[in-house]
Ligand binder design. Structure first.
Ligand SMILES: Cc1cc2nc3c(=O)[nH]c(=O)nc-3n(C[C@H](O)[C@H](O)[C@H](O)COP(=O)(O)OP(=O)(O)OC[C@H]3O[C@@H](n4cnc5c(N)ncnc54)[C@H](O)[C@@H]3O)c2cc1C
Length: 755
């Protein structure tokens, strides 16, 4: 995979974001090279917590048990005044995400050391880390990214496919790719005091916020025997007033902490930022972590947001690099991560106002108010399970919807009786889970093909009172997943590799019911031509396997107006099968084609293969045996014809059926460009046009098709029919409609629909 590249991905900066990116990529078998200008881990403690979402990511990376050993459970959060009046408390209920408790206290340098060791021990063959190597330049072109760096004065050049700027708040990558950091920095300076604990004191394990206008303080137990206080300087104070621990002690003593309790081992000063990069991506270079966003520490989410960025980008990059997802998926990185970073930034700002006692009583009451009659049981936003606010998902989100939510993670069983946390059963795939049903049986063929193209697995989840019925089934013995799905009315949920639900209700539409499905473009990427044709090919193969024969092709989207409507600059094509032809003048059952529409065109029947040679105008004309007037019955399996380019290609170019006229005219006697078309429905003229409307000349359309078909390995063959594209607008039909078309030089063709 790395042929002319030194690695697949370069990571600039090996802090928590960079290491998480390396771990995620390596876990998927993708190589990475990381540059870290410092030789050692940054020694100041900084981040203080991780929660159950981050732990679930660690689980996915196979390191949760290892991290568990260097972190401590957090008891609860409380907001106090200096006279020890408690104004708010958030207890942590058991986590639904597979980890109890929800919050943990950490010591960032120890955790970073553990993360780095996990990469080195697990993926030394895939991840190269250059310590003491500072990145000095980033250039990108159509095929990759070139990184310039310097270690001890020696320059190095590294070539990769993609790069991640995880180089922290003062990221130079950001400027190098032309991004701007927007937002503000608070002018208050905080002193951060890290101590070694000498003895236990009452309630040390609370995360306490000492709320006060002048000196609000964060007081938190860190893991590995450390404790942290964060205290703001007053407007007339500067860091120069606190040169040593001696000047810090009065601040701690005001909180009742003495030399008997702790030993101060370091203190540092910092300011709070509310900042976000104007974009998280330029071409092949992405920004992640503090390089992309900076938030105040009050929600304990800065580092975690960076790690979640790295995980999100990591699995998507890996699947794109392995060809399992279209490149367009990389756009979902910012679409998903920016709202999440903004949410936690807003939360941090709000909590900071509580700590600084800036909120009015009404605001405080509003914050404490519990909304009633919600489908989702209320939890404070700080501790509630995560929800995707935007990005790659389908359907409504909101209180009553399962879409965008992270699936709970109970212990589940499989058919072989193996009990494990749900994610261990699910693997790193997209998985559709059905409530006591095989989810595949509830999908339309198009939906199934869309999920297949994403490599989805299908698993029924049986209640604990049932027998399993197949090898891939799961059981929900603790009755967590099924009641959760039922609460949202979902029979099937599609779970992404990061455990967010991408789709639900619409999957209940079954092909067998004849009900059109929702568009599939989001499943395969709106403009991912390759993926769309792959879906079309898969569906065609299924039809062929079921006994259908390919008798030709149809070309669609040949008129500039229709192309413009779908935002594309090219036609598309689909297969014609033997069961799609109706005899001239015959009656077509109205329900034979979903949402039928008709258009009139010129069909060409080939007398020779179009497999070799230049496949130019002359060759195509010579290969055409005759032209004939045709009515195409278009049908769409997408509800309301709400199609984009990907939808119609995946849906066999919306082909439904066709009728050929009886007059067969060789091209020596017929000029397709000059042909004029008139189509009537029930005697009323509904569509007119001429041959030139079809790519300038219907023969041009056949030339285009012949080349596409050969490129895709299935050239056009003698005897096949080619519907070359509409000469005028397509029109819907109603039951009982009689359609009649005339093409000058070719005569007439007609079809009627049953009522
Ligand atoms: C006092 C304080 C308290 C905090 N509390 C919390 C908290 O409770 N919870 C939380 O989640 N977050 C918290 N944070 C934030 C958290 O520490 C950061 O969000 C996190 O460290 C960011 O990780 P990162 O990997 O994106 O960036 P960094 O940790 O800054 O890592 C960036 C790395 O890039 C390297 N680098 C930079 N430029 C180059 C270059 N040109 N070439 C090579 N290497 C380069 C740097 O040396 C550095 O190692 C806190 C921060 C502070 C300061």
């Amino acid at each position: 995979m790395t042929m002319n590249y030194d690695a697949d991905v370069a990571i600039v900066g090996y802090g928590p974001t960079g290491v998480t990116a390396a771990l995620t990529l390596a876990r998927h078998g993708i190589s990475a090279v990381a540059f870290e200008r410092d030789r050692d881990i940054y020694s100041r403690a900084r981040a203080v917590t991780v929660n159950d979402w981050t732990m679930r990511i660690f689980q996915d990376l196979g390191i949760d048990e290892r991290i568990d050993k260097v972190i401590d459970p957090q008891r609860a959060l409380r907001w106090m005044t200096y006279d020890r009046t408690e104004i708010m408390r958030i207890e942590h209920p058991p986590s639904t995400l597979g980890r109890t408790p929800r919050f943990y206290n950490i010591y960032q340098p120890t955790m970073e050391a553990e993360l780095r060791a996990a990469v080195q021990e697990g993926y030394g063959d895939l991840v190269t880390v250059h310590y003491g190597d500072e990145v000095t330049g980033i250039e990108q072109d159509a095929d990759g990214v070139t990184i310039a760096s310097t270690a001890d004065g020696a320059p190095r050049t590294t070539r990769v496919r993609y790069a991640i700027g995880a180089d922290g708040g003062s990221s130079a990558t950001r400027g190098r790719i032309g991004c701007t950091l927007l937002g503000d920095t608070d002018d208050v300076t905080w002193v951060v005091v890290d101590c070694h604990v000498k003895r236990w004191w009452p309630d040390r394990d609370f995360l306490s916020f000492w709320s006060d206008r002048e000196r609000p303080v964060v007081d938190i137990a860190l893991s590995a025997g450390n404790h942290r206080w964060e205290i703001p300087l007053k407007p007339d104070e500067t860091p120069a007033d606190y040169p040593t621990s001696a000047e810090i002690w009065p601040l701690l003593k005001a909180l009742g902490v003495s030399e008997d309790d702790v030993e101060i081992h370091q203190h540092a000063f910092y300011q709070h930022h509310v900042r976000m990069a104007d974009t998280f991506r330029r071409g092949r270079v992405f920004l992640a972590g503090d390089a992309a966003h900076l938030m105040p520490p009050w929600a304990g989410a800065g580092m975690q947001t960076g790690m979640r960025d790295a995980h999100d980008l990591g699995w998507k990059l890996a699947k794109v690099l392995k060809g399992e997802l279209p490149e367009s998926w990389l756009d979902t990185y910012e679409a998903e991560r920016r709202p999440s970073a903004a949410f936690y930034t807003g939360l941090a700002v709000g909590l900071g106002r509580v700590i600084k006692q800036e909120v009015s009583e009404e605001e405080q009451a509003a914050m404490n108010a519990v909304p009633e009659n919600t489908v989702t049981p209320f939890e404070p936003p700080l501790t509630a399970p995560p929800v995707l606010a935007g990005g790659w998902m389908r359907g409504e989100t909101g209180d009553a919807s399962v879409v965008g939510r992270m699936v709970p993670q109970p212990i589940a069983g499989d058919t072989a009786g193996r009990m494990a946390r749900l994610d261990e059963h699910l693997g790193h795939h997209f998985v559709l889970l059905g409530d006591d049903v095989d989810p595949a049986t509830l999908l339309s063929a198009e939906e199934k093909a869309g999920w297949d193209a994403l490599g989805a697995h299908y698993r029924a989840v049986r209640p604990k009172t049932s027998h399993t019925q197949g090898p891939d089934e799961l059981v929900d013995p603790d009755e967590v997943v099924l009641p959760w799905m039922r609460r949202y009315g979902a029979r099937v949920i599609a779970v992404r590799p990061d455990r967010f639900v991408a789709a639900a209700a619409r999957l209940r539409t079954a092909a067998a019911s004849g009900t059109p499905a929702a568009p599939v473009r989001d499943l395969i990427g709106r403009d991912d031509v390759e993926a769309a044709y792959a879906v079309q090919q898969r569906l065609a193969s299924e039809r062929i396997a079921a006994g259908a024969t390919v008798v030709g092709r149809k070309i669609g989207l040949t008129s500039p107006a229709v192309q413009q409507q779908l935002g594309v600059d090219r036609p598309d094509f689909g297969f014609l099968f033997d069961d799609m032809e109706y005899a001239e003048g015959s009656a077509v059952p109205f329900d034979a084609v979903l949402q039928p529409r008709v258009e009139a065109e010129i069909a060409f029947v080939l007398g020779a293969d179009l497999a070799e040679g230049p496949l130019d105008d002359a060759q195509v004309r010579a290969a055409v045996s005759y032209a004939v007037a045709a009515i195409e019955i278009c049908g769409s399996r997408v509800a309301g014809w709400d199609i984009g380019f990907g939808d119609t290609v995946a849906d066999n170019a919306s082909a439904g059926g066709y009728v050929l006229g009886t007059r067969r005219v060789p091209l020596t006697d017929f000029d397709p460009v000059a042909a004029e078309m008139t189509m009537t429905i029930d005697g009323e003229t509904v569509s007119t046009g001429s041959g030139g409307a079809c790519l300038g000349d219907p023969v041009n359309a056949v030339v285009w098709l012949a080349r596409q078909a050969r490129a895709l390995g299935e050239p056009l063959r003698a005897g096949q029919v080619v519907l070359s594209g509409a000469l005028g607008p397509m029109r819907p039909v109603t039951p009982g409609a009689a359609v009649h078309a005339t093409v000058t030089g070719l005569g007439t063709v007609s079809v009627a629909f049953s009522s």
